[in-house]
Design a binder for this molecule. Structure first.
Ligand code: MSP
Length: 661
């Protein structure tokens, strides 16, 4: 049996992974399942990347040790992978004892053989990316990878001689044109890094402790990427001393590393070079998939718009979410995800096409033949076209898998179901049923539909394993094997269930959005809770960027409507004694006149604003300022950077007391 080793990137344990992170795991899972179906002896490895400064800081903020912190998060991640029905063979953690020991030995070996040397680093450091940058590498003074703030850093450090291997790397690219897919990602790396001359890479840190210690120089911990990348070999039992375990002998080099486009550099430059230095064969292929974006917006917890697999699966079901992400993300481009988009696609593809086909076929088989149909060979020309689509599907799906065009592979499977639905329209079983002399023909029609569903469902299984098993049970049949997936008419008869489950109930957008709203509110609450227990959350972690910090939580319309805003005219204004900031204003709001104290004295003199129209929050609880009862709030625009302030007015004169909404 041929071996096949597939890996995913290992997820950071800095927090719960979102739907974008898990997309990659689902993608790899579908490839692993397809390869198993093809008869490969598959080893599918995934896991968690648990070291680094970011994690150390997060743990401190939670009053936990880093190990306690990563134990909790790794548990959450494993739980999510299990919920998504990921058929991994190994879940590696970079805090696993065996891994850590091997990382230390690898570092020592590379040092002893002169690939790693001790030096001094002075430059800019991006904590979230755990990367050093030179001044010229920064983009607008920010990290060129993630665009976040960087800080000045100066450290004694170990360096890896990257440039020594640059030519060999280029040669490998040339001799293996499919090493990196899509090819555009390789070209990007060649142009941006390799052709410009590879710089030596800083592979140790002294500014924090949470890493694999360099065992011969305890001030240093190993650079997280050197630590993390080696998971692909330590997980198989690679041993620097040469006592490699069976799995390593069987499965290395990897057939496929599946990763996101943002970490291609680490996988197609650093990783192959580390392997060359260890004198190990290089992986056969690296696939850098695109990103899943939330309705075009950045996901942010404070806005409550981070999409998590478990939330989505609760509303749509596990397989529907798997289906959505796999079919939405193309080979090269980014994909979109969002509640509305998912509702639409799940309804149109899974409820209307697949679910409907299965439920109609089962219902008609029950109605006309008490649930049992066999091939009566009363064929018609129209059958041939259905049979051709079904018999030809495997080859098409296989070829899409070979190219890693997984969303196209799903489309090929869906083409069977679409064709079968059309076959129902063409054969009109309900008309055949009206005439007894057509019953044998009707039997063949329903038998053909059961066959098409069985083959299609077999091919759907790598993407939607749970659904595939359910449907096989409903038809009381077994999914096909590789030997017979291209054959039509194998089953003697189908004896379908008389109590079919609705596979994909039609979703009502309003209901979905209501559920989404509840999830959003829960997320915002959790975020606020976390912010309370993590005093340094925004100041220190640097994970959240500036816009994210400043953005307030999203509120729903009902919450907004609770504020009463009215147009008013300032009819009098005077300084508040003993205060440099406050003015006491008299504001006319229709028939009503109120006293409102505002902190605008540094910008406006009282005489300048008398007669001006303003917008007032009229239902704020009154409060006393410098002993004066203030009955509302006048709205102002405020620029935090310059301290500029301006009253907000309707742009044309308006009747006092009118509502602003
Ligand atoms: N720990 C590193 C990987 C080390 S591999 C030796 C890492 N972790 S991560 O948790 O940030 O990302 C895990 C994977 O998710 C990466 O492949 C990354 O590219 C991918 N994605 C992150 N955001 C994503 C989307 N929005 N959409 C799709 N994939 C995304 O990087």
């Amino acid at each position: 049996m041929k071996n096949y080793y597939i890996t995913t990137a290992i997820a950071y344990t800095s927090g719960k992974p979102h739907i974008g992170n898990i997309y990659e795991i689902i993608l790899s899972d579908s490839i692993a399942r397809f390869k198993r179906f093809q008869g490969y002896n598959v080893f599918f490895q995934t896991g968690t990347d648990e070291h680094g400064q970011k994690i150390e800081e997060k743990a401190t903020n939670k009053n936990q040790t880093p190990k306690q912190f990563v134990d909790d998060v790794a548990q959450i991640i494993k739980g999510l992978w299990d919920k998504a029905n990921i058929s991994y063979d190994k879940f590696i953690r970079t805090t696993d004892d065996y891994h850590e020991k091997q990382v230390q030995k690898i570092f020592k070996k590379l040092y002893d053989q002169g690939d790693i040397y001790k030096g001094y680093y002075e430059g800019w450091y991006c904590t979230p990316c755990e990367s050093f940058w030179t001044e010229s590498q920064l983009v607008d003074g920010k990290c060129p990878d993630c665009g976040r703030e960087v800080k000045k850093a100066k450290e004694e450090a170990y360096f890896f001689k990257m440039s020594k291997y640059a030519d060999r790397l280029k040669e490998y690219y040339n001799n293996h044109p499919n090493f990196v897919l899509p090819v555009s990602r390789k070209n990007e790396m060649l142009n941006n890094f390799i052709n410009k001359g590879l710089q030596d890479l800083c592979v140790s840190r002294t500014s924090f402790k949470w890493g694999v210690p360099v065992d011969f120089d305890s001030k240093h911990v190993v650079y997280v990427w050197l630590d993390a990348l080696t998971n692909y070999i330590t997980g198989l039992g690679y041993d620097v001393a040469g006592n490699n375990q069976e799995n390593f002998k069987k499965f290395w080099p990897a057939d496929l590393h599946v990763i996101g486009k943002d970490i291609v550099r680490f996988h197609i430059i650093y990783w192959p070079i580390f392997l060359m230095a260890l004198n190990l064969p290089l992986p056969k292929q690296v696939y850098g998939h695109g990103w899943l974006l939330q309705d075009g917006e950045k996901m942010s917890k404070s806005k409550g718009n981070v999409l998590y697999f478990d939330d989505l699966a609760e509303v749509f079901g596990c397989d529907a979410v798997r289906y959505y992400v796999l079919s939405e993300m193309g080979f090269e481009n980014d994909g979109l995800v969002g509640w509305e988009l998912m509702t639409e696609k799940i309804n149109s593809d899974l409820a209307n096409v697949y679910g409907n086909l299965v439920s109609r076929t089962i219902a008609m088989t029950n109605k006309y033949f008490n649930g049992t149909v066999e091939n009566t060979f009363e064929s018609d020309a129209v059958d041939q076209s259905l049979i051709e689509v079904v018999e030809g599907a495997y080859k098409k799906v296989e070829s899409k898998f070979n190219e890693l065009k997984i969303s196209d592979a799903i489309s090929e499977v869906m083409a069977i179901f679409k064709r079968a639905n059309k076959y129902i329209d063409e054969t009109c079983p309900w008309i055949l049923a009206k005439d007894e002399s057509n019953l044998n023909r009707l039997k063949t029609v329903l038998y053909n539909l059961c066959e098409a569903i069985t083959v299609g469902t077999t091919l759907l299984a790598p993407f939607m394993p749970e659904t595939a098993n359910k449907v096989a049970k409903m038809l009381n049949t077994k999914l096909r094997t590789l030997d017979n997936v291209q054959k039509f008419g194998l089953e003697k008869q189908f004896n379908v269930t008389n109590s079919p489950e609705v596979l994909f109930p039609r979703l009502n957008l309003k209901d979905v959005m209501e559920k989404a709203e509840i999830i959003k509110e829960k997320q915002i609450k959790e975020y606020m809770q976390e912010s309370k227990t993590e005093p340094n959350k925004n100041a220190k972690t640097e994970v959240s960027n500036k816009t994210e910090n400043q953005a307030k939580a999203i509120i729903d319309f009902d919450t907004f409507s609770k504020a009463e805003l009215k147009v008013g005219t300032i009819v009098n204004s005077e300084k508040v004694e003993g205060s440099e900031k406050l003015l006491k204003n008299t504001v006319k709001l229709g028939d009503e006149v109120r006293t409102i104290v505002s902190g605008i004295a540094k910008t406006y003199n009282p005489q300048d604003i008398i007669g001006k129209q303003v917008v007032v929050v009229t239902n704020l609880a009154p409060r006393k300022l410098k002993g004066i009862l203030s009955e509302g709030m006048i709205l102002c625009a405020f620029d935090e950077e310059t301290n500029n302030l301006a009253l907000v007015s309707p742009i044309t004169e308006f009747k006092d007391g009118c509502e602003v909404s």
